[in-house]
Design a protein around this ligand. Structure first.
Ligand SMILES: Nc1ncnc2c1ncn2[C@@H]1O[C@H](COP(=O)(O)OP(=O)(O)OP(=O)(O)O)[C@@H](O)[C@H]1O
Ligand SMILES: [Mg+2]
Length: 266
């Protein structure tokens, strides 16, 4: 569509941007450093951010950088995860058919973890995305999973990711036992104005077409609309590019952004 008009080889502002072309904000860099530490030491981390601010993307990059000979990554993203489905989901990914009862499935999982660790000499990292939606029962089960050999060692690295309300939830007294076990906490903030500009540039760089498309005032408007959320920036920028291309304009100015926001976006 507009890619040809702007001389782009790739489509910018899309979810499928390769993990090595991401905008590397200082916070993303720091988060990745912390997650690497979590993997090495088999710790328990909680990563939170507002909706659309790059949590899943950060995990994607983290996983892509892990040495597959040393780590086995299990990824769950299911808001309706009951404890039984939690174990089933993990065992499925390990190629093991889970037993029906929760206790049996839990034992099966521990056996698998022992094999991976003791025989294959690899470490398991479990990632639970959208964790803010998990029921208390499932969060409790995850806590029990970490009680291993009377707490003397973590059986796996565990990363819970979710929207900011995950942290609000974990602050409640009834989650104190889980909260106390958290080793690393990362909060990814929204981008500020200059990061919003850098983010847009990173996507245009990846598109490898024209780089100077959005005027400074246009970026001001995009920042205001998106509040620095990556997904919202993607949406408004994509609509602006389509709108500009349709009108044969190579530049997106603040008028265009305002018109797009008023006419095309929710
Ligand atoms: N650092 C980045 N560089 C380039 N694009 C990014 C970056 N971070 C996020 N994005 C893009 O922004 C969009 C939203 O990111 P993502 O899905 O990771 O957010 P999220 O925090 O997981 O959202 P949700 O709260 O809905 O789960 C995606 O299309 C993603 O490709
Ligand atoms: Mg996500």
């Amino acid at each position: 569509m507009y890619e040809g008009f702007f001389g782009m080889k790739n489509t910018p502002f899309m979810a499928n941007i390769p993990s090595d072309a991401l905008y590397m904000s200082s916070m993303l860099d720091e988060t990745l450093g912390r997650l690497e530490f979590v993997a090495q030491k088999q710790l328990f981390a909680v990563v939170t951010a507002d909706v659309g601010c790059g949590k899943t993307t950060a995990l994607r990059r983290f996983v892509s950088e892990l040495d597959k000979d040393r780590y086995v990554v299990l990824y769950l993203s299911d808001s309706k995860l009951t404890p039984r489905w939690f174990y089933k989901g993990l065992l499925d990914q390990l190629g093991v058919e889970s037993k029906f009862y929760r206790g049996d499935a839990k034992r099966q999982l521990h056996q698998q973890l022992e094999i991976i660790r003791g025989v294959q000499h690899r470490n398991v990292i479990t990632i639970v995305d959208e964790a803010h939606l998990l029921a208390k029962e499932t969060l409790e089960e995850i806590r029990f999973l970490l009680n291993y050999r009377m707490d003397s060692m973590n059986p796996m690295g565990l990363i819970l990711t979710g929207q900011n309300e995950l942290w609000d939830k974990l602050k409640l007294q009834r989650y104190a036992a889980i909260r106390q076990r958290i080793d690393i906490k990362c909060e990814i903030p929204q981008y500020d104005r200059s990061q919003t500009q850098e983010y847009i540039q990173a996507h245009l760089q990846y598109a490898s077409g024209m780089l100077d498309i959005f005027t400074d005032k246009a970026v001001d408007e995009i920042y205001q609309y998106s509040a620095g959320s990556a997904r919202a920036i993607n949406k408004v920028c994509t609509h602006c590019l389509m709108n500009a291309a349709q009108r044969n304009k190579k530049l997106v100015d603040d008028y265009t952004v305002r018109a797009v926001i008023a006419g095309e976006l929710p």
